[in-house]
Write a protein that binds this ligand. Structure first.
Ligand SMILES: [Zn+2]
Length: 266
């Protein structure tokens, strides 16, 4: 069986001790064929491209500006990103995060998000969307979908993007699907208290999801508190298979195909 980790941060310092072993040995042995590396602040762009160059055909880069890092963006960065983006498989992770407003206010987040959507349009790439809400206040999703409606011109690929780290209700899932987006499923799906996420995913259907770790964070249930890495994708897939009551092989096949279509992978 083959699996793709559609969203990883393997350049995180958490992997400094064993990054090479992971990528050259551990992940291939676990059935992982591809790891999508997210470079989401200016200082992460070149390292993401360097990792891609070291593991060609295995690592593919996504470049953008995470809403939390919006304050780091300098005027010269936009041109720099535009030059690098042809080497990336998507623009991301971009969006709105209302859990970090004290470091990155709504107005600035909105401005950078809009700028990133404009860039995605110019380079005709799909987007990796990051939306995070504060507790039970879902307004981050309202604001995000409103911005998409106003600003967005989806790329011409099979799917225009993914709502990564899906952690919301079916209402939000439906709005994402209506925009042509896939749902990125990770450890959050497996946590005991998150029945509403599982229900939403079941309603959305297996053909609308891709699997991700968002490592080093969000290890699946049973491994919580430990560092996450792409070798946990088969475990996550098993959770999905059990809950949706489909064979593990089918989860592997479908999610791999969707991720390839989304990122336009060979
Ligand atoms: Zn991430």
């Amino acid at each position: 069986m083959q699996f793709i980790d559609s969203h990883a941060h393997l350049n995180d310092p958490a992997f400094d001790q064993d990054r090479e072993t992971l990528l050259s040995t551990v992940l291939p042995q676990a059935g992982i064929t591809t790891s999508i590396e997210i470079g989401c602040s200016p200082e992460e762009w070149q390292p993401a491209l360097d990792l891609t160059a070291r593991y060609p055909g295995f690592v593919y880069p996504v470049l953008g500006v995470h809403p939390e890092y919006a304050p780091l963006l300098q005027p010269q960065h936009e041109g720099q990103l535009k030059e690098l983006l042809p080497q990336a498989v998507a623009v991301g992770e971009i969006g709105l995060d209302y859990t970090c407003l004290e470091i990155s206010n709504k107005e600035l987040q909105q401005q950078i998000f809009t700028q990133m959507l404009e860039l995605a349009k110019q380079v005709n790439k799909p987007i990796v969307l990051h939306v995070r809400r504060e507790a039970e206040d879902y307004s981050a999703y309202d604001d995000c979908f409103e911005t998409l409606k106003r600003q967005w011109h989806p790329c011409s690929g099979a799917y225009p993007g993914v709502l990564h780290c899906f952690c919301a209700r079916y209402e939000e899932a439906k709005r994402a699907l209506d925009n042509g987006l896939l749902l990125g499923i990770n450890g959050c799906f497996t946590y005991k208290k998150n029945e509403y996420i599982r229900e939403a995913v079941k309603k959305a259907g297996l053909d609308k999801i891709i699997l991700e770790t968002d490592c080093p964070y969000l290890s699946p249930q049973g491994k919580r508190g430990q560092r996450n890495d792409p070798s946990n994708i088969p475990l996550l897939a098993q959770f999905v298979a059990d809950y949706l009551d489909v064979p593990l092989e089918e989860v592997a096949q479908q999610t791999t195909l969707r991720a390839k279509e989304l990122y336009n992978l060979p």
